[in-house]
Design a protein around this ligand. Structure first.
Ligand code: SF4
Length: 362
């Protein structure tokens, strides 16, 4: 590593192939071809990273994933793979070689709901069994990932309780529209109901004894803010110390933009040339005035580190409230939730604040 070189936060999309058919993501209809996907030579050109998320598509579709991970560990302090957990044998085999690896299995609710949302018969059982096997092997950095929508919000807390019993991490997200999901119609319809379920989760997290969960509570507070179409609680610094790379070698600021934004291509360029290019700087200017207000862990986690005092003050305030109240958090701390409750803003007005393009078209 060069002197004064800053480690980055990177997301490596190893494939756009996927065996699931989720209702909030059409990527499976537009897969990459195996022969055009990131090669080990390109992976070798990536910079040093303090954190790497490996994702897809479904990353375990690639049978050479262990080779990719081996290469990534030469330049990354921590790696977490996002997967639907279906390819149990491949996951277990990888975990045997890299017991320090993080695995997040996307589960969208209890069995029936999950399988319906993900279009993956047997998906819940496969995902759950994979997690149990990883737990038995002694893997520590494992957990659930759930994308909250109208259809599964009522199972948010039950799934959190299951993950807690299993001693696992519980990561959340909500619906986004972008080129990455090949989707522009995602929208939460019953915001009040979804926010009420998030409020229950936030209070459970705040009452736990884990500081990590208190910060997760802040993230979920930000999700309520997001689904009501409000400006992000933290600035977005994607493309400054964070990047995404797709299966074609294109380096991008994030996965939340409407159209794909390209800083450069790592198949053809080297990292320094790409990162300092005119194109990359143009993208950084666009990020500074981006109005999509995403609230996904990929862009929020680096921001929570960079602006740590903002979530820390929120956590402190609610920690103190915990001492005097059984319910330290209320969704009505958000002005927009009060305004909606009080009829000062309508559902149609909130719909128009979302990135759902069908709303704009009507
Ligand atoms: S808000 Fe940030 S993460 Fe979302 S599209 Fe804009 S730059 Fe990307």
């Amino acid at each position: 590593m060069k002197k004064n070189e800053k480690k980055l936060n990177g997301t490596v999309i190893v494939t756009y192939r996927c065996n699931a058919k989720c209702n909030m993501c059409n990527r499976y209809l537009f897969p990459s071809k195996p022969e055009e996907e990131l090669t080990i030579e390109t992976i070798r050109k990536l910079p040093n990273m303090y954190f790497t998320n490996v994702t897809g598509g479904e990353p375990f579709i690639r049978e050479d994933l262990p080779d990719i991970i081996r290469e990534l560990y030469k330049k990354s302090d921590r790696i977490v793979i996002s997967t639907n957990g279906f390819f149990t044998d491949r996951i277990i085999s990888l975990a045997k070689e890299f017991p320090q690896i993080g695995i997040r299995i996307s589960i969208e609710g209890l069995e029936e709901t999950n399988n319906k949302i993900r279009g993956l018969p047997d998906g819940y059982k496969r995902g759950y069994d994979t997690l149990m096997k990883l737990r038995k092997m002694g893997l520590r950095d494992i957990g659930f990932g759930m994308t909250i929508q109208d259809q599964n919000a009522h199972e948010l807390v039950p799934l959190y309780d299951i993950s807690n019993k299993m001693g696992m991490e519980f990561a959340t997200a909500s619906l986004h529209n972008s080129f990455y999901f090949v989707e522009k119609r995602n929208i939460i319809s019953d915001r009040q109901m979804v926010a009420e379920n998030l409020e229950l989760l936030i209070n459970k997290m705040l009452k736990s004894s884990s500081p990590k969960k208190w910060f997760r509570a802040y993230f979920n507070h930000g999700l309520i803010n997001y689904i009501y179409g409000q400006p992000r609680l933290l600035p977005c610094d994607m493309s400054f110390d964070t990047f995404f790379i797709d299966p074609y070698g294109d380096v991008m600021p994030c996965n939340g933009t409407k159209d794909k934004e390209i800083m450069g291509n790592l198949n053809r360029q080297n990292w320094d040339e790409l990162w300092e290019s005119k194109e990359a700087n143009e993208i950084r200017k666009k990020v500074r005035c981006c109005n999509r207000q995403c609230w996904m862990i990929g862009s929020v986690s680096p921001a929570m580190h960079n602006y740590i005092w903002i979530p820390a003050l929120w956590v402190l305030k609610h920690f103190l409230k915990r001492l005097i109240s059984k319910k330290p958090y209320s969704m009505y701390e958000n002005k927009i939730c009060r305004d909606y409750r009080d009829g000062k803003v309508t559902k149609e007005q909130l719909d128009r604040l979302s990135t759902c393009e069908i709303i704009e078209e009507h």
